[in-house]
Design a protein around this ligand. Sequence first.
Ligand code: PLP
Length: 449
Amino acid sequence: VFLENNNRAYYAGNGGNGDMLPQRLIGNALRERVENIDHETCDAGDEDTFFVADLGDVYRQHMRWKLNLPRVKPFYAVKCNPDPKVIELLSALGTGFDCASKAEIEQVLNMGVDPARIIYAQPCKTNSYVRYVAAKGVKQMTFDNSDELRKIARLYPEAELYLRILTDDSSSLCRLSQKFGASLDSTDSLLSLARQLGLNVVGVSFHVGSGASDPLAFLKAVQDAHFVFQQAASYGFDLKTLDVGGGFFHDDSFEQMSGVLRKALDEYFPAHTGINLIAEPGRFYVASAFTIACNVIARRTLEDPNINMNVDPADSTSTLVNRGETSYMLYVNDGLYGNFSSIMFDHQQPIAKVLRAGGRTMYNTRAADAVEGQQGIQYSIWGPTCDGIDRITESIRFDSLLDVGDWLYFEDMGAYTKCSATKFNGFSADHDVIYVCSEPGAKALLGMA
Ligand code: PLP
């Protein structure tokens, strides 16, 4: 187990366990950490929320990407989770990086990544950041409007530009097209202006929306991009690269989504054309690699469901709580203003599981503590801030009675979580990450024992 605490990295226990089941490895790391906390005497913050990150999971996702989209070079979207170990691993695996700000670009450059492996994929950029990338030699960047073209002509005329086009993002979790993307009605005039300004347009990019669910959105976007490639040729631009953006889920839908995309690329941008294909996947790489553990800091017993804040007393059909049943509100030390910001910003619905540790019970790799239907004990789960919207789970049932000091954990917490946590109410937004690695290949790249 590789630990990083307050920016200090060290190894602890279980060295060389590349053959251990990933879930077991994560479970051991969770348990080891919480069993070392004495909840009765620990210092303030010792029982803070923490992550366990399996870098082997990131490695496997990369292999899965290469298998399904062998022609498409991924530029990992740093915004999704700028974890330094993830960046280090992906850098060693040879991916590029999609950055949207000076800080992201600086972080990646500081890890020794060549500027040619970075795309500044923000169509509306800050002037001083453009000057910064010009000085650092980060040439690739996107644009989608004429004001931005004039800005680039003034600040960085040598930049290599990607025209970002509008997509149908109606099937995605986080829609982007209301903010970014040039419609096909405007691409002609933008290319004409770029030519007039003497700028260097090298490719087309699109993004079908983060967490997309309609594979046909990729097909349509590839067709549109093909049209813009031809349009650009009529202005004398010899476009070399298509950037198919992000939007890929980490679940089983990836194989279907990438299958449609692969076919579309083979049809509209076949290998013999020599067009480079790149992408900007974020959540695909990191969502499942991170598990978060939260401590139960307070509990409120609700003995009369008629005053239960979870039940509308006028609604006799409510199924959240059985009439006459005692239910509980659990308050944990992380919430919507922290790492669960993904509930607000990313429409996630994290599922709590009970961490069985600390001598109370044993961690169970099947984690089968949540109970379906009306069995078990009913809970709602709330964050630590004073805001009423700070609720993680409206209703969940577990087979055991939980109390202060118990731990819950949530899987699939790697995408758009830590990066958008705030410090509201003085709660930390910077939590420890315990790194484990279930893949020998990733360990070797990272120099982990
Ligand atoms: N590229 C751009 C320009 C984005 O805005 C985003 C997400 O918002 C991404 C890539 C990453 O998207 P995802 O995490 O859905 O793959």
